[in-house]
Ligand binder design. Structure first.
Ligand SMILES: C[S@@+](CC[C@H](N)C(=O)[O-])C[C@H]1O[C@@H](n2cnc3c(N)ncnc32)[C@H](O)[C@@H]1O
Length: 278
């Protein structure tokens, strides 16, 4: 579970600091999402949970005739996104909760790279997004499929000491599979329920290599990344000093077993979800 308060605080700060590595981790998936987005017409695009803005910036550059707004609850991430947008006229960023935010004009396209699984009340959030949208507006977003299909997550979960796994739900195999978090939208039936009031809901699976680290010391790179972002970072925060060295050693071994040359990567799997507002 990752709640809004965490994104507004330290988790958002870590993502802002690590945006180059997070963009790299998704680099084999983002082109699929952008291709799906470019199939849609749009004059005013809203990027939900835009983070440090890679998707917003790519859209603004690829569609100079469209306006793009990235919305995120983290002031640190919006500051990082704004700094990266220098010189681009058709993109702006807002610190706001997208589930209640009021735009100045009606969006005709919503996009999101893994930003919509953190709504505490997804049906209400998607109903709001539909209500403020232009008639027939579209949404295109990516979200992880199951932890089993995302070996970076299931691999980390298998390394967690008992105490770490039981505190604050760092495990992706949490008791409540629909709690806000990276895997909350793994089940298409649940996503359809959240998108009630939207029509033409489709799911396209994309499998890709999730890049955890790269370069001459790819394992150290990946360790630095996983130490700040995601379930390993959360576990490290909550586990005892005594548990930490053994966990880091197990993590380094896992990363080494997924290293090929100068890249550490894991099999990963997402849905590309598309729908139309009523
Ligand atoms: C997994 S990150 C993805 C960030 C970015 N889209 C990317 O691909 O790098 C999820 C993002 O959603 C944001 N977020 C979570 N809940 C939100 C909400 N209710 N409204 C707007 N942003 C939200 C977080 O602050 C975070 O930046």
């Amino acid at each position: 579970m990752t709640d809004i308060g965490e994104w507004q605080g330290g988790v958002g700060r870590s993502w802002a600091d690590e945006h180059a590595r997070t963009d790299r981790s998704f680099s084999r998936m983002t082109p699929h999402l952008l291709a799906a987005i470019h199939e849609e017409q749009a004059r005013y695009v809203v990027d939900i949970g835009c983070g440090a803005g890679e998707l917003s910036l790519a859209l603004a550059r690829g569609r100079p005739d469209a306006m793009v707004t990235g919305v995120d609850v983290s002031a640190d991430l919006v500051a990082a996104a704004s700094a990266r947008a220098a010189g681009l006229e058709n993109v702006r960023f807002a610190v706001a909760d997208a589930s209640t935010w009021q735009p100045e004009q009606a969006p005709d396209l919503y996009v999101s790279r893994h930003g919509v699984m953190f709504f505490p009340e997804p049906p209400a959030a998607f109903a709001h997004l539909s209500a403020i949208a232009a008639p027939g507006a579209r949404i295109v977003f990516s979200c992880f499929r199951t932890p089993r299909e995302n070996r970076w997550a299931s691999g980390i979960a298998s390394l967690l000491p008992e105490s770490g796994a039981s505190v604050s739900n760092p495990s992706p195999t949490s008791a409540d599979p629909f709690a806000p978090g990276p895997f909350a939208f793994a089940d298409p039936d649940h996503v359809r329920t959240c998108l009630r009031g939207w029509r033409d809901v489709t799911f396209t699976p994309v499998d890709f290599d999730y890049i955890a680290g790269a370069g001459p010391d790819a394992v150290a790179e990946a360790l630095a990344f996983f130490g700040r972002i995601g379930p390993a970072a959360r576990a490290i925060r909550v586990m005892s000093e005594a548990e930490r060295p053994a966990f880091l050693e197990r993590l380094a071994n896992l990363l080494e077993s997924h290293r090929s040359g100068d890249v550490v990567s894991f099999p990963a799997a997402v849905w590309l979800v598309r729908a139309t507002a009523e």
